[in-house]
Design a protein around this ligand. Structure first.
Ligand code: WQD
Length: 336
């Protein structure tokens, strides 16, 4: 298949493109480079013996998209282009509505106009209401930030689009915590970019780019008091996108799947695993809890296993080893 990957120069987009190439598909990357470097896309060339063309542009620009789709011959779109900071979305919600939601609407309009009606949509575990139990797709949704609400509204838009035209094939993938890097060490999450996420920050400390990690609270109702998350290797996540494409192939439908492992690890466990993998010490101090942080968040991956035939296979040690392989060979990130 020939697949357009929006957000294709970003962390998850690059790995999704790698999975496409490794599985014999064609990928075209589209990105406005608001949080990515063009150098990242060139790195893909070393992976599968061929590269993915890169187009710089914005999904809100309908004339640009018309040019992309005309003669593009795309079978499907993986839509990952989005702003992704929960904190920023609280401070500046309109930026998230204007960028993420309007971007998705614009993309859907141009896809419909050009007869491309197969979409894999990047959603998030933040659409759920907090619960210490495994989160299943049928549980009530209750996002706690504008970022999560926009994801949920976008899911609703997709349901309306599918109801109006059941010929659409739509896969909504709710990502839990994507971490790690491609085992080649060629692509990963650029350590020079600002991140509020845990593993990128641990990596920055190990590289000496950050003095120490701040651990947000050790008084949670969890075994060691630090928050528990479902950390998923980014190549497991990327391969789920290939499984979702296959799942949509037989007939038009709209489906929602969690992408997670079903296992939880605490912040302290992650620090220790990273220290083992890197041989570096990661100094940290405990600070107060971060507003809005759920003590525990883990996927029930049963539906993805049953329907997509997909399951995460890489554990924490592999995640940290792959992350460190990329970071130690790219301490200055990707070239601009
Ligand atoms: C993980 C754990 C923190 C940083 C968010 C979004 C989600 C998805 C992934 C999508 C938490 C703790 C973190 C630090 C820490 N984003 N932590 N010190 O909050 O589970 O999910 O990112 O694009 O939608 O909500 O991930 O990596 O920020 O935090 O102690 O410096 O690490 O408290 O328990 P989170 P995270």
């Amino acid at each position: 298949m020939k697949v357009l990957v929006t957000g294709g120069a970003g962390y998850i987009g690059l790995h999704a493109a790698a999975a496409l190439l490794e599985n014999g598909h064609e990928a075209v990357l589209l990105d406005n480079l608001s949080n990515a470097s063009p150098g990242a896309t060139s790195a893909l060339a070393g992976l599968a013996g061929r590269t993915a063309p890169f187009l710089k542009g914005d999904v809100r620009d309908s004339r640009f998209l018309d040019g992309v789709f005309e003669g593009g011959g795309f079978d499907a779109v993986m839509h990952l282009a989005a702003l992704k900071s929960v904190d920023e979305s609280v401070e500046n919600p309109l930026r998230y509505y204007a960028n993420n939601m309007a971007g998705t609407v614009s993309l859907l309009q141009r896809m419909a106009a050009h007869g491309v009606r197969t979409l894999i949509f990047s959603s998030s575990a933040t659409v759920y209401r907090d619960s210490p139990e495994l989160l299943t797709e049928t549980l009530p949704t209750e996002p706690s930030s504008p970022y999560g609400r926009v994801k949920l509204f976008e899911e609703e838009i997709l349901r309306d689009v599918h109801a109006a035209d059941p010929e659409w094939r739509i896969s909504i993938l709710r990502y839990f915590n994507a971490v790690g890097a491609h085992p080649s060490g060629l692509i990963g999450e650029d350590p020079t970019r600002t991140s509020t996420n845990l593993l990128p920050r641990i990596g920055q400390v190990a590289l000496g780019l950050r003095e120490r990690l701040e651990v947000f609270g050790d008084d949670n109702p969890t075994p060691d008091g630090t928050c528990v998350r479902d950390y998923l290797h980014v190549m497991d996540l990327a391969n789920a996108h290939i499984a979702a494409l296959e799942f949509l192939r037989p007939e038009p439908r709209l489906a929602v799947h969690n992408l997670g492992t079903g296992r939880g690890h605490s912040v302290l466990e992650l620090i220790r695993a990273f220290e083992r993998a890197s041989g570096r010490t990661v100094p940290f101090r405990i600070v107060t809890r971060r507003a809005g942080d759920a003590p525990i968040s883990r996927a029930d991956p049963a539906r993805a296993r049953a329907e997509l035939g997909w399951t995460a296979t890489r554990g924490l040690d592999r995640i940290c080893a792959d992350q460190w392989r990329f970071l130690s060979s790219h301490p200055n990130g990707f070239p601009e």
